[in-house]
Ligand binder design. Structure first.
Ligand SMILES: Nc1ncnc2c1ncn2[C@@H]1O[C@H](COP(=O)(O)OP(=O)(O)OP(=O)(O)O)[C@@H](O)[C@H]1O
Length: 242
């Protein structure tokens, strides 16, 4: 099922943004601070009242979905990683099954393993480090086995090893048909791991294309106002500030 933003307008935050996202791919949303990335992701998750326009999942307006049905389809990880309940980690991840109303343990164990947090399963959730918290909250999203994973800066608190492990996992999820949408500040990760990059600037679309085009040095210079050069090594690219 496609996930579409149709002519979205949100006061001072998004202006006439239109996007059509296909499942089975990783889409990165990039842009400078305040560009509207989190707002767009929240809107795509059906969590914002927009001034005009709509979000359409499949052939229906997302607003017409029951909250439970929407939560089964879309797993959303917000930018703020707050844990309000000091329950054991496994219990927190089990809450990801809530939209399904079942107690299946297999997706919970798979999510704990995928995010490398099995060893933390019996720890109190509020006792975790920042990166551990981020991984546990993403495990809760994965435990719900959503058709779409929408994650706001999922790599920000992670060390490089866990960043790459998560990107590999998300690639496998995308290859299995899940739609993955990530807000990313790290343009090298977006370049190397996304199938498509949406660049926002001041609440409008500055680019929406395959990574090499959307993040070409001239686009980065224009949108981020920073001079850069891409260094190529094999099939990997690294961003070099000039
Ligand atoms: N709840 C809100 N009400 C009004 N304006 C908001 C709200 N949240 C964010 N904004 C403003 O909307 C604009 C876009 O914010 P948003 O959080 O979507 O940007 P972003 O691209 O995710 O930024 P960052 O990289 O800093 O996380 C900013 O100018 C921000 O100050």
């Amino acid at each position: 099922m496609m996930l579409e933003a149709r002519d979205l307008v949100l006061e001072d935050r998004l202006a006439h943004v239109g996007l059509s996202l296909r499942p089975g791919a990783i889409t990165a949303i990039c842009g400078p601070n305040g560009a509207g990335k989190s707002s767009l992701l929240e809107a795509l998750a059906g969590l914002l009242d927009v001034d005009s326009g709509s979000i359409v999942l499949g052939d229906r307006d997302l607003a017409s979905y029951q909250p439970r049905e929407r939560a089964q389809a879309i797993g959303y990880l917000p930018q703020e990683h707050t844990v309000s309940w000091d329950v054991p980690v496994r219990r927190l991840v089990e809450l990801g099954r809530m939209p399904h109303g079942d107690k299946r343990t297999e997706p919970v164990e798979a999510a704990l393993q995928a995010l490398d947090v099995e060893h933390l399963a019996d720890r109190r959730a509020q006792s975790l480090s920042g990166g551990e918290t981020a991984r546990v909250l993403l495990a809760r999203v994965l435990a719900g086995e959503p058709q779409w994973i929408l994650a706001d800066e999922p790599l920000a608190a992670l060390d490089i090893g866990h960043q790459l492990a998560l990107l590999k996992h998300l690639r496998r999820a995308a290859d299995s048909g899940i739609g993955v949408v990530l807000v990313l500040h790290d343009l090298s990760h977006a370049m190397n791991h996304a199938d498509r990059v949406v660049v926002l600037d001041g609440g409008t679309l500055a680019a929406d294309d395959e990574p090499h085009r959307a993040l070409a040095a001239e686009v980065v210079e224009r949108v981020w106002q920073t001079q850069v050069e891409w260094i190529e090594r094999g099939d990997r690219m690294a961003l070099m500030p000039l």
